[in-house]
Structures are given as C-alpha cells and as structure tokens.
Design a protein around this ligand. Sequence first.
Ligand SMILES: *Cc1c(COP(=O)(O)O)cnc(C)c1O
Length: 484
Amino acid sequence: MNHAIEEKLIFEIDKEGREGYTLPECDVEEVSAKEVLKDLLRKEEIKSLPEVSEVDVVRHFTRLSTYNYAVDYGLYPLGSCTMKYNPKINEYVARLEGLSFIHPLESEDKIQGALEILYKLGESLKEITGMDGVTLQPSAGAQGEFTGMQLIRAYLNDIKDSRKIVLIPDSAHGTNPASAHFAGYTIEEIKSGADGCVDVDYLKKRMNEDVAAIMLTVPNTLGIFEKNIKEICEIIHSKGGLVYIDGANLNALMGKTKPGDWGADVMHLNLHKTFSTPHGGGGPGSGPVVCKSHLSPFLPKPVVIKKGDKYAFDWNREKSIGKVHAFYGHFLVCVRALCYIETMGLKGLCEATERAALNANYLRKKLEGILDLPYKARTLHEVIFSDKNLQNGVTTMDLAKRLIDYGFHPPTVYFPLIVHGAIMVEPTESEPKEELDRFIEAIKSILKEAEENPELVKSAPHTSYRKRLDEVLAARNPKVNFFG
Ligand SMILES: *Cc1c(COP(=O)(O)O)cnc(C)c1O
C-alpha cells in the first residue's frame, strides 16, 4: 500500500467542465428533450455533483480500495459476521446479463428462469432448515427478524391472543431485542447459566400465558449450541408461545441439524453470511424467513409458486402481513446463494459446517491459556475471549488496533456484553491453517509487547493509512455531509 498520496474527497477534486464521457455525434434529427419528456424533466438543476474525468474517477476509487482491508486480502475474523471467502463463480453467475438486467416489472412469462431460481432457492432453504414456508424478501438479517416477529404477531392476532412479552437471553445477538421491540413487543431479558446456555429451570418457572415468544440466537453469541433446545421449545409451546430462531450463523449448523426438527416455529437466515455474497460496509444482503405451516398464511406477498411446470407470483394471500421490501427482495444475492448451494451440494454444505467449527476450535485450543477463555464449553463457529490476561493497562481495543499492524482485520470487540472486554473471533470455514497460525502468532506477540512495551500497543496502529481515530469526537460531532 502506498500512502504517499493523501486522497481527497471526490468533491474536492472537482474541476468545472471536466467530463468522464464522450458521446458520438448525433446522426438523427435532434428533438427537444423538453417536448418528448415534458412532465418527466427535472424542475431544478442538479447542483454539487463532482465534475471529474474518467481517469480521475478510476484513480480515486482504486486508491481508496488500497486503503481498505478485504476478505480477498486476508483473515477477517469479525465474530458473528461470517466474513468468509466467497467463490468467484457465484459472482460471475450473478453478473450474467440475463440475470442482472431483468426489469422487476417484467411479465411473469418472460422471467420464468428468474422465478425458477427464487423458487428453487426457497425450496432449498426449507429443506436445509426443516421448515414449510419461505419468503426471500427481507433485505438483511435484522429485517428478517422484524418480518419473523410480525408473522408471530399476525398469527397470535388471528387467534385473538394479545400476549405482549418476548423473552430474549443475554447471549442473543443485539438486533434481536430491537426487532422484537419494533414489532410491538415488550422485551424481557433472561440470564444465561454458567455454561452459557439458557437456564431451563428458570425458564420453566418464568413461562406463562403472557409470553408471546422466545427469541434464541443459535448458536448463541458465545458460539455455543443451545443444548436443551428441544426442551426449551416444549416449555414455550406448552403455554402457547412461539419459538423464533436467529439462524444468521447457519454455517455452524447446516447439513448437521434442522431447526424445524427442534420445534422452531420461525427463523431467518443470512444469505450474505452463510451462502456467499461479499458483505460489509452496508453492502447488499438478504435475510430470508422460513416458518412452519401455521405461520405460512401470514408471509409477505407475493410468494413464488409452481403451477405444473410454470412459475408464478401468488399475490392472492388474504392474511399476508403485506410487503416488507420493494419487488421481491435482493434478487442477485439470491442468485449467488442458489449457485453456492448447488455447487456445494448437501455434502459440501455439511463439510463447510464442520470446517467452520474445526477452525474456531483450533483457535480456541491454541489461544486458551494465552487469552482468557471465560466459557469453556466447546464452541461451534466462533470463540470468545475476555481481556483478563492483558497486562499493563492494555485494553481489548488496543489489541484490536495492534492486530492491524500485523496485517489482520480486528475481530469483533466488546460484544457480547456478558464477557468483560470481549474478543470475539470467527475464522470461518474458508481459512487455511497457515493463516490461522499467523493469527495465533500475532496474538502471542502482542501479549508479549503488552508486557514489555505497552505503549507500542496502546498507540497502535502504526502502519495503517489512518492512525487511531478520535472516536469520542466522531460520535459527538459527526461530520457526515461534505456540504453541511
Ligand atoms: C449478523 C447477524 C444478525 C444481523 O444481520 P444483518 O444482516 O446485519 O442485519 C442477526 N443475528 C445474528 C446472530 C447475526 O450474526
């Protein structure tokens, strides 16, 4: 990386009159746009767009890309985010013109292939999770949660049941309480036991007819499988409640076990984590929701159905909660997911799960004793350490920043909240052993630095394009609008 050039904002390299295109001379009779377009014409002129040449644009964005860290560059161990390598074949297929240029208002008989893709993906996800109904509309995991909780509400309303409480363990993903709250529920946190799982005895005592649902992240944010999941489902169902599973991290389960078999009523998956599609920086996502048949009538419309050998949108769904996204969701994310599933096959998906767990457990074994491991249970796809072994006032944040100097993206830090100074590492299934070993050596080396030369760690990063940012200033006085 060359940091010699201080890259400006594209608005700052603006030069009046510069253009990034050349059009051929017009060889037909010119007509006035004003006449042809009439009402469609903009009323006001667009101001403040940067005027730049093609080379300005290409160099600007190419340089910016070198200041970034990427999955294609090295290990990106953000816990819970599943930043894994995405096979380029999926990218290639999603870019095929016949797929990427379809107009969303195209008539059904002209887009049979696209409908088949959506249908097949839906069927695959139902099969993988053991569920009966599916929607591909939600644009990310959190929106999937919101959609799923609305299904629960619509179902309960339909049977004239007005329960208001949703139980959520303290080891759940942070979006769970937010989604349940937005769906109109009151959240009640339940404490995890010493083993990191739900305390079943407490749940038995607590469960009553006021509880609409439990929202469980499985595996939870400690990377631990909820070992009493069947019993938990029975306890909730025995009093008429429903079970929501946050299945964003399905790369810890797929091919091994199906939430539908445990007794789950509804769950979401993150295609942009488990099923290919590079994500991060707010990139495209997809959070399909799958459910048992009693919730299917409430799914967002339209639903893709198969009639004979034809595919169609079914809009005629009286009890549907309506739409949760424009058109049919993020189609090209769905294309990548189906391509991934079909190229991997069930055996491949199962192997991905095994490798995700193997990689996380390899890191756990190699780092336990070096970093403090507060929950000792065997983990699935990720492993969580505390800051207990950091010396001389070196914090989790310092360790994370110093990792940048060693050529890594930092892991997720300070989450989950139940672990002090949490360092949450998810290597994913796509990392080779050599890269994991490099990470282990870096952690060892940083802990030694903390002992011998703590200032070096506290003032990191030293080699990055930007040094440590003033996060307090950024939070208190954010400047997000160049013109503002
Ligand atoms: C990532 C994640 C989410 C949120 O998904 P988004 O696509 O970021 O909205 C929810 N739950 C879990 C367990 C996750 O890992």
